[in-house]
Design a binder for this molecule. Sequence first.
Ligand SMILES: Cc1cc2nc3c(=O)[nH]c(=O)nc-3n(C[C@H](O)[C@H](O)[C@H](O)COP(=O)(O)OP(=O)(O)OC[C@H]3O[C@@H](n4cnc5c(N)ncnc54)[C@H](O)[C@@H]3O)c2cc1C
Ligand SMILES: *[C@@H]1O[C@H](CO)[C@@H](O)[C@H](O)[C@H]1NC(C)=O
Ligand SMILES: *[C@@H]1O[C@H](CO)[C@@H](O)[C@H](O)[C@H]1NC(C)=O
Ligand SMILES: *[C@@H]1O[C@H](CO)[C@@H](O)[C@H](O)[C@H]1NC(C)=O
Ligand SMILES: *[C@@H]1O[C@H](CO)[C@@H](O)[C@H](O)[C@H]1NC(C)=O
Length: 486
Amino acid sequence: TLGTSLMFSCWWLFFPWYTCFSRLLSTAALAPQICVVGSGPAGFYTAQHLLKHHRLARVDIYEKLPVPFGLVRFGVAPDHPEVKNVINTFTQTAHSDRCAYYGNVTIGKDVMVKELQRAYHAVVLSYGAEDNRILGIPGENLSGVYSARAFVGWYNGLPENRDLKPDLSSETAVVLGQGNVALDVARVLLSPLDILRKTDITEGSLAAIACSKVKRVWLVGRRGPLQVAFTIKELREMINLPGTRPLLDPADFTGLGDVIKDIPRPRKRLTELMIKSAREKPGEKEAALWASATKEWGLKFQRSPLEVLPATDGKQARGIRMAVTRLEGSGESARAVPTGEVEELECGLILSSIGYRSLPLDSSIPFDPKLGIIPNSLGRVQGAPGLYCSGWVKRGPTGVIITTMNDSFDTAQSVLEDLQTGVLNLSNSKEGFKSVRSILHSRGVHPVTFSDWEKIDAAEVARGKLAGKPREKIVDPQEMLQLISH
Ligand SMILES: Cc1cc2nc3c(=O)[nH]c(=O)nc-3n(C[C@H](O)[C@H](O)[C@H](O)COP(=O)(O)OP(=O)(O)OC[C@H]3O[C@@H](n4cnc5c(N)ncnc54)[C@H](O)[C@@H]3O)c2cc1C
Ligand SMILES: *[C@@H]1O[C@H](CO)[C@@H](O)[C@H](O)[C@H]1NC(C)=O
Ligand SMILES: *[C@@H]1O[C@H](CO)[C@@H](O)[C@H](O)[C@H]1NC(C)=O
Ligand SMILES: *[C@@H]1O[C@H](CO)[C@@H](O)[C@H](O)[C@H]1NC(C)=O
Ligand SMILES: *[C@@H]1O[C@H](CO)[C@@H](O)[C@H](O)[C@H]1NC(C)=O
């Protein structure tokens, strides 16, 4: 027993230290250097999955704006604070000692994708979607017409939209589109100030909305009730919005009862809620709420915008001309065809909410202009080994944050597989940020780090506290700069 205990206590004498050292050396060389482009949900969820499932991987996140989180900060409505809780998870990811954030760096301008590919073993494009398709109708550039994207950017403090100053002097607003973004916009226009005041909506937009004359919002769709794109939670929120009443035409919903028997459950429940609100006598509570309402909103179906009508000054919008449509086919694939009948609706504020769109980053990267996505299989960019994509630029601009999480995990999984199978060759050592830093330096670009962001964040939260809101966003990049240079 003395022998065995001696052997055990001296085990380290027999331990093959040399393999240990050599493994240590080779692992340093074998640490995959990965970067993601864009710090929205796609970027952060891809980084999270890679860091969690690869012990050695390093992930750098590049972001065009100084501040992180993409549409979680600049898209999600201010009265949906619970949606923004994902920021806590993203912050944990950013705190990993194998992760770094570089804001204020525009890929495709400050640094090219080709340069990233030279610096990293794998590059994941997750830069989302921005370009809002223009309406392409006469009068779309009149004053009083805005893209929902710009309007959302304005109330959420997106630097490029902070001077939008939308004209809210008209009683009637039209939102072109029937998705969740359209409902967000309608809700922000109609919400009681007491609700908005407690959110992280910017003080400038709150002040403008406080003076708003808008008291009626129409959400216009080219197709019918069975084709709306919003979801039930958001519709219910709208129906219960204090101070407002829904304007739903019972005639729009006749005969739908039979059709919805056989459709998928989420759409069935959504349609049932619309039918109930439009056709059934409201309960006592609702009736009282609606009777005292001073504002209203409604859905207009089977109307396709033809022209924005100018006021006598020729500059201001005074209304919209729409084609009445009929549906060809049924269900999700039904097409709206003009009947020849035309209708005009008076309104001084028009917001087009007809979808976001991704743009190609540079001509060297495959891009499908028709679908507005980077062609890929499971996140692997077609014909470009070492290049990946995730999020809206991979899938198109639809789906909630959870959808984006799922597809980002899939992309990360593809990267991990390619590391394992040797498709990504780790023997080519890559310098990662070290080489990008010298590129940035030579071009006079100064990245914002995550700890810089945390200074901005702290300042925003402190300012918000004084006003009784979660944060007061800083909308001026100059002001951000002052905060982080001290
Ligand atoms: C108005 C609106 C409201 C929404 N509300 C909800 C909601 O309530 N709940 C929900 O679950 N989902 C909501 N969504 C959907 C959700 O925001 C998206 O699913 C998700 O943000 C998509 O993630 P992403 O990372 O692909 O894109 P994004 O969030 O857009 O992130 C892309 C990032 O890349 C950056 N970037 C762009 N170009 C470059 C470049 N050249 N170089 C470096 N960086 C670049 C952008 O600045 C941005 O930060 C909403 C969407 C919108 C538009
Ligand atoms: C509106 O302005 C945009 C950008 O300036 C332009 O591309 C578009 O053609 C204009 N639309 C009309 C109808 O004039
Ligand atoms: C996400 O993926 C999980 C597991 O694969 C699945 O159960 C869930 O339905 C997906 N959610 C969405 C919104 O795609
Ligand atoms: C990986 O790169 C090294 C060094 O450039 C090279 O010798 C090796 O053949 C490559 N391996 C594969 C599988 O491509
Ligand atoms: C972002 O970079 C530009 C130069 O590319 C610089 O002028 C600006 O001050 C930077 N902004 C912040 C907030 O650091």
